[in-house]
Each structure stands twice: as C-alpha cells, then as structure tokens.
Design a protein around this ligand. Structure first.
Ligand SMILES: [Zn+2]
Length: 382
C-alpha cells in the first residue's frame, strides 16, 4: 500500500521513494507525492529520478499509478521524486476556488453543484438549476472576493462515516468507511479526496465569466488566480482597441457599434437595390443584341441573385446568366433538362422549379456560354 503523502502535506514538492512494483507503464512507489487524477482534478506530473512521469492515475484500490513511458526505473531501488509544481499548484488552486464558489452558491442561494470541470483556461460548475439570474452569480463573485481577502483556512480531516454524516454536508458522501472532509473555515464542509490550498487567500482572485445551458442546467464559468488577471487584461485591451477603432469613449462603444451596424445594414440594402438595377440593365442590353427567337446568354460580374428579379416572369426567350461559377436559367423545365444534359462535363449542380433554375458549374464561363448557345439555339424557340 502506497503512503499518500499528498494528504498529510499537499505542499510537499520532492522526497525520496522506493519503486515497489511496475505494471505496464504504471510505476508503483512505497510513498508518493503524486496526486492521481480524480473528481475533475488532473493527475500530477514530474520525475522519478531521471524518468518522466507524464500522468498519475488512480489504481483499483486508490494506489497512485505513476505513468512512465519507455525505459522504467528499477524495482527495489530508491529515487528522488519531484513534482511538476506549477502544474499541481495551478489545479490545486482551481480546485480550491471551485470548492469556495460551490459553497457560496449553496449557502447564499441553496443552489447545488451537479458537476464540475477543471480546465487549462477556466473551470465550470454545473448547477442543479435551469435558470439563475446574472446578479446572483455576480453577488457570489463578490462574496468569493471577500473570502479571498479574509484568508479563511482550508483543511482536511479524516473521520468516521457517522461523524461525517452528522455534519449534514451540502453533498452526499460517496465513499464507504472513513471519510476525508475538507473544510473552508466557517464557510463549508464537504467530503473530498482531492488536494487543496491552505488558505482562500492563495486563490488570489475569482472572476465570473458567464453561463450557458447544458443538459437543462445552468453551467457557470469561472477563472481564478493568474487566469482571472489575464481575463481582466484581455477585456481591457479589447475595450481599448474598440474604443480607438470607433473613435469613441469606452462608455459609448456599445452605442457606437450599434450605430455602425445600422449604417452597414442600410448600405447593404442600397447595394442590393443598385445591384438589381445593374442586373436589369445587363439583362436588357443582352436581350437587345440577341436575335429574336434565340436564347439570351451572357456573362455578368454582378451577384447572380440580383438577376432573380431582373428577368420578367413572362419572358418567352430562354435566358442564361453566368457570374463567377454560378448560373441562373430562366426557361422551361424541358430546356433546363436539355441544357443540363448537354453541359454534363461542367459538373452542373443545383436546380429549381417553374421557370427559374439556379446553381453552380465548374469550368470557363465563356466556354459554357458558347456550348449553351449551341444547345439552346438548335432547339425550337419557346
Ligand atoms: Zn476537493
């Protein structure tokens, strides 16, 4: 049985240990400072002598399995073991911050925690509610900041199942036998087998970053410590860049951006009107130079959709407009089928109904126009 030193001292970064067994890539030690992955907290990384531990998993009986790829250390030999402290401390901080937020959600509003996730960028708390007002989450953020400033002690006690039950904790106890209970002095007690900070002050700061709906629950997103600082700086930088771009004071950028969006929409409508007008002229000019009874075929550089309103419904001649790799055909279904068959080597895609057909083609537009002319003009006019 490995002695789990991370429970007696979560801040122990290095010590000596003896390799007692090796199973595949899993190295087992007589004592370990490596916390195995559990409850959303990732497994530790570090070194056993000169061997790299890439991850630590939990064995069937809770034994830490130190994952070492490639060459392995020797069974029975003692090694100096060292944690990747930056990695451990980051997740220990995030995990402690999650305890604090879950505790406050519960004590202030009776909101329960359904699931948690710890990530490299943020941590999430999925609540048991389908709706939570943002003001509620912001007041929890305020209370978390107060708790960080107050520097409440965080400590873990091992107790019997009965003693733990008597604490009436916010979350049910999932283990049998003795229970590890984590306390945030005066705020929270919860059964947890993770590793934690010594004080809430070490969390530094917590920022509420937003919420989303998942599985019918509200999932809240948070950042702590250096990630929270980075979030604040990133947001300030975005506001400052937008303020410069819009030549607007920070307080007025939303208003300025709204006005800009309205102006863009208005300009888009104007461009559309003009495009349709250009399409009408292009169609009329092409029709002018086409012999009566022949198909009107031309290449345009206006957006093809502008031609949809440009060709009159009762146009009797077939019309084929090509723009980029898009086409619009006005004519009977029979003639479109004929055109499609004749132009099969141009990978025609698309279709339509009535007298309007649209889609795309592959190849040179002028060659398509020439081929289409041969096909349509060989047929009786409609
Ligand atoms: Zn915990």
């Amino acid at each position: 049985m490995t002695e789990k030193l991370y429970y007696s001292d979560g801040y122990l970064r290095e010590t000596d240990a003896v390799v007692t067994a090796i199973d595949g890539d899993a190295v087992i030690l007589d004592r370990s400072i490596f916390y195995p992955e559990a409850g959303g907290q990732p497994g530790d990384r570090g070194m056993i002598g000169s061997f790299i531990v890439s991850d630590t998993k939990k064995g069937a009986d809770g034994t830490p399995l130190h994952i070492v790829k490639g060459e392995k250390p020797e069974i029975g030999k003692s090694y100096h073991i060292v944690l990747d402290w930056e990695h451990r401390y980051f997740y220990m901080t995030e995990h402690s911050a999650q305890h604090l937020v879950s505790a406050l959600l519960h004590s202030m509003y009776g909101i329960g925690t359904a699931a948690v996730h710890q990530g490299e960028e943020f941590f999430t708390i999925e609540t048991d509610r389908d709706e939570i007002d943002t003001s509620v989450l912001l007041s929890v953020e305020d209370a978390a900041s107060d708790a960080i400033r107050a520097g409440y002690r965080i400590y873990q006690l091992s107790m019997s199942h009965g003693e733990a039950e008597a604490l009436h904790m916010r979350r049910s106890i999932k283990v049998q036998g003795d229970v590890l209970v984590v306390f945030i002095e005066g705020i929270d007690a919860v059964a947890c087998g993770g590793v934690h900070l010594r004080s809430t002050s070490e969390i530094g700061e917590i920022t509420f970053c937003g919420s989303e709906r998942i599985r019918g629950h509200v999932r809240t997103i948070w950042k702590c410590s250096s990630l929270s600082v980075a979030e604040r700086r990133r947001n300030a930088s975005i506001v400052s860049s937008l303020s410069a771009l819009l030549s607007s004071e920070p307080e007025k950028i939303v208003e300025s951006a709204g006005r800009l969006a309205e102006e863009c929409a208005e300009l888009r409508r104007e461009v559309r009107t003009l495009s349709v007008r250009i399409a009408e002229y292009a169609y009329m000019a092409a029709r002018e130079r086409t012999q009566k009874g022949k198909a009107v075929i031309f290449i345009a550089d206006t957006d093809i959709s502008a031609f949809e309103g440009a060709v009159p419904e009762d146009e009797e001649q077939s019309v084929l407009v090509l723009s980029g790799n898009r086409f619009l055909f006005h004519g009977t279904e029979e003639r479109f089928a004929l055109l499609r068959k004749g132009l099969s080597s141009f990978s025609i895609r698309g279709g339509g109904r009535g007298v309007m057909f649209r889609g795309s083609f592959a190849g040179d537009a002028s060659v398509v126009a020439e081929e289409a002319g041969k096909i349509l003009d060989d047929q009786p006019a409609q």
